[in-house]
Write a new protein. Sequence first.
Lengths: 234, 1179
Amino acid sequence: MAAFVECIDVQKIYKMGEIQIKAADGINFSIEKGEFVVIVGPSGAGKTTVLNILGGMDTASSGQVIVDGVDIAGLKGKALTKYRREDIGFVFQFYNLVQNLTALENVELSLQICKNHLDAETVLEEVGLADRKGNFPSQLSGGEQQRVSIARALAKNPKLLLCDEPTGALDYQTGKAVLKLLQDTCREKKMTVIVITHNSALTPMADRVIKIKNGRVSKTWVNEQPIPVEEIEW
Amino acid sequence: MMSRGQWKDFFIEIRKSFSRYLSILFMVTLGTSFFAGLRSSEPDMKESLDAYLDQTGYMNIRVLSTLGMSEDDVTALGAIKGVTDAEGLYSVDVLSDLGDSPKVIHVQSITGQINQLTLDEGRMPLAPDECVADRALCDQFGLELGDRISVYSGKDDELGDDLEDSLGEDTFIITGIGISPDYLTIDRGTADIGTGSVSGFIAVDKTAFTAPAYTQVYVRADVLDQYNCFSKKYAEIVDGLIEDIEAIAGERCEIRLYEATAEHRNQIADAKEELAAGRAEAEAGFADAWAEIEAGQREIEEGKKALDEAAAQLITGKAEYEAGLKEINAALAQIAEGERQLAAGKATLTEKQQELAAGKLQLEEGKQQYEAGLAELESAKQQIEEGEEQLRMLEGMMAAAENAYSQAAEGWEKRKADLEDQQAALDEAKKAYEEEHGESWEKSLFLSLSQASLDSQWVTIEQLEKELAPLKQAMEDARTAVDESRTQLEDGKAQYDAGVKQLEEAKAQIDASEAQIADGEAQIAAGWAELEANEKQLADGKAQALAGQAELAKAKKELEDGEAQIEAGRAELIAGEQELKDGIAEYESEKAKVEKEFAKAEKQIAEAEEELAKIELPQWYVLDRNTVQNYVEYDLDAQKIGALAQVFPVLFFFVAALVSLTTMTRMVEEQRTLIGTMKALGYSSTSIAMKYILYALTATLFGSVLGVWIGSKMIPWVVITAYGILYQYMPVVLTPVRPWYALLSAGMAVFSTVGATWMACHRALTSQPASLMRPVAPTKGTRIFLERMPFIWKHLNFSLKSTLRNLFRYKKRLFMTLFGIGACMALLLVGYGVQDSIEAIVNRQYHTVWVYDMAVYLKDSEDEDLMAELDEYLMENRDMGGWLDVYTEGMEAEANGAFKSIMLLVPEDPAQMDDYIKLKSRTKNEQYALDADNAFISEKLAMKLSLEVGDTMTIKIDETKEYSVTVGAIVENYMQYYVYMSPEAYEKVFDDEPKWNQRLLSYGEGVELSAEEEERLSAEFLDLKGVTAMVSSSELRSTISTMLKALDYVVLVLIGAAGLLAFVVLYNLNNINITERKRELATIKLLGFYPGELAAYVYRENIILTALGIGMGVLLGTWLTNYVIETVEIDMIMFGRGIDTSSYIIGTLMTITFSVIVNVVMYYRLQKIDMIESLKSVE
């Protein structure tokens, strides 16, 4: 069975004047469909570059990024945008909700551009925010905001859920709850979830762990028995 | 105050955010340029005029006197302290045939230093017959250097006011063409001759004038040149000078009176003497003439008398003749009657003779008959004797017969009587039997045998009876024959006797007739004799009568001759009388004429004396420039611009200040963290704030300098150039930068931007550094009021909901954008609106109000020949649709303390008015028809005189006569003040009949003629004697349109300003919008919005704001346009009210275009937003 997501020799080189900076220097990994993946590494290791490339926000300088059989490294402009709007769900560190829209409307905002989406209210119910759907972000706690953010991503029914430090701005308990939501989603919906974090304490909960260091994948392993997030302490 | 690092940061900041820097700079430029420019316009206008007037040495004061001014007066004025120069000016209004009709020309003497002419070409006159001609005059009538202008007096010749009294020349060669500071506009003032309005001036050398006194004296004080002539100081000095001049006026006037009246007095004395001599001479002549007339009169009287006598005689002769004639006629009638009777007598006699002859013949016949009668009688006598014989025989026969019969009858009767006795005895027996036996007698045989014997006897009797009858017959026949014969005989006897008697009678008759005839014959003979005697008598009478007739005829002839003679005599007499009458009439008329002449001379002398008496002490009028109309109008127009400058720039300033405020606030907010860091590092608040204040200050200062310079130069130039259309003879345009306005506008700009910056910094600087370092909480989302109306909100789509929330989320930006776009739209509307209003003057006036195509000025509508010629021409001309005669006259109207020069128009046929001039309301959809009582007045007149329908106004003619009239309707009209009246109303009000002096022509419905066709028409019209001039509507329209083209500058400036405003405001605000929402936009982009969708997310807000801004601009612009129009409106002209729909559309489209351009630029900014931004933490 071919991998659902596969990176082959992905390089990203920034040119700052005369200097070349290799943010990604030949990254290789593959992910199976429905896996809960944690990409972990210290700051500046190149996780964000991987995220950007996987999320269609940036293009690789060389190499292949195959998502569900399509090489997105070769996509440009509109095709890349199409990839973002239809195949990717994004969960941000700072939630990035539109302040002027209610929880429900924030979900709807992403749905209006997506063909194969789920019902916004149902998804909000699933993330446990049925009661708060009419509230503005400023009226919600951080965890609730992040749930809205996750709901926004999930409602699109994406192939891939990309989460950038989803707990970064949350306290311990809330962060745990959010991670649980993500893990449950992965299990229940067979959604491929990729969580990017610098916190290696989270690795036991993943199906697959990809460790990045200095622009390369330093180590990847598969947990045969992932531990539920409730049992993890950090 | 700032460290090197800070300075460096400051410069880098400017470079980095140069577009923001420029937006402040331009906003300030815009605000200050409008402020400084418009505020400078009024003083610039005034300064330009002042400079021109100083440059030409325009008089400060002019002195006029009721008796003119002498050279001594000029000297005296020059000697007044402060006066640097005084010069006398001769002037006279004359006529000259320029163009097609006499035009009034103002001839004035050239002055030295005061009121200098500005020559466009040529040179000043050197000889008395040379002149400098008015630029306007030359332009109007195509005059060039070297052309000659011939002039003549416009006054009535009888009054003796000849050209020679004022001018020594009557033809002038143009040696120069120029302008005079006396005239700034095309208006050259009025005159009391010709058409009443002056066409232009010519300036000639003083020596060309023969007038005894100066018309006026110009006075100048050079000290005044240093003040603006509209300034207070100037007015003060002038007032002082006027007082000084008035102080010497009394003395000067007395001297002047003595000088002026000397000649006058001598003239009167001479005239009186001349009159007396003439009168004496005339009286002698008349006495002689009268004597002659009297002699003639006597002669005629005598002739008349003789003639009357002859006439009396003639009358007697005539009567006699008439009597004679009557007599003779009677005699003749008698003779005729006699003759007739004679003829009748003759006829009677002849008839009698014939009758007599007939009688004789008859007599003879009668005699013969008598003889025959006698013979017959003889034979009759014989016959009678024979008859008597026969009778005796017959009587014998008869007696025999009678005897026979009587015997037979006697025997029968005896037998019969025996038988009857037997029968009777039997019957008795029978009866006795029957009584005895009781049975029938027949049973007795006896009886039966007796009876049978009796019966046989009865049969024999009967037979015997039958034998008697023939005997009786024979006896009777004989008797009859006897009777017959006897009767015949007796008849014959009687006949015979009658015949005898007859004959005897006839004999007597015959005898009588014979006697009668003899008598008749004798009578006839006597008649004849008488007749003959009568005949003779008649013949004599006739001869006599004929002789009398001849005599009468002769007398008649004589009478006729006499009559003819008398007629001739009488005719002669009448001729003589007529001659005499003529002589008298001649005498009378001659005498009257002479007397009239004397009377006239006397009257003249009296008048002259009266005039002399009337010449009072002259009075001086010391006038300053405020009595010069052009000068005052210019002042008013400048003030209008000043008024405009009060509102307009404020608009720009407001926008500029708001833009600066938002921009700087945003800048400070963006740099919170930096400020916090700086503060934390220990920099003082002032030195931190200094960066932002300097940023705003330098941008503002550069902008101010640019704005003040551009504004002060360009805007007054545009204004003065635009007014140059009106003040076309004001050549100076000064547009200095005015320090006060420069400082004021720059100061205001600095105050508002720096103030705004300080406020923004102040908030940040008073916060704790720690809180500054924390991200500012994003503006909270809130529900908007629309959400409280779910029935609406539910139906809105998602994007619209978010757009609406966003709009209200950034309220400051909302109002700024609304205001910016609104102002842009308003400015465009003002620009186009002003243009519309001005074009409306032309378009409406000539398309919907004055719909006639040409006005023809009539020379004299009462001259039938001229009018017939014109009518005929118009009838034959296929281009003519119709015409209407009207009466127009300039008058003055007064109401509510205000007065205006009006034009009165009376149409000959008010019913036709609608085809030439539409009388309708501008605001209401109403048409009016002139009525018989009221006057209809034009809208602006109603406005200026505060009149409403039903009010009364006063119309003045010649300042003396006043009439009041009621306002019947207020009608649309844009040029001049018009009053329309029907002929009936005119007669009622003025008690006079209108005299048609104009004819309005229409080419017909929808007919337009080309310029060439109209030119041909004009030329043909001028060939008609009855037409003095004509004006074509389309030509006038295009002339005015060309003039108004200059106003396009104003519109262009406004459009430019509006565009600039729109760009600066929209760019700035969009910029801020995008910057503020960068994170949100990046997230949305990341969520997979296509570039178009992302742009639409932002544009929806802009579209709504633009639409709302346009709506606001429409309101603001409409109000502002009305304000501007009412402020700048010129006297006599009403600008159109209201803005055309097309202008609203163009304004909207342009605003949308500006907005679209800015948004297109913004599109690229949006595309540049980095999605990675969304991943970053909030700063």
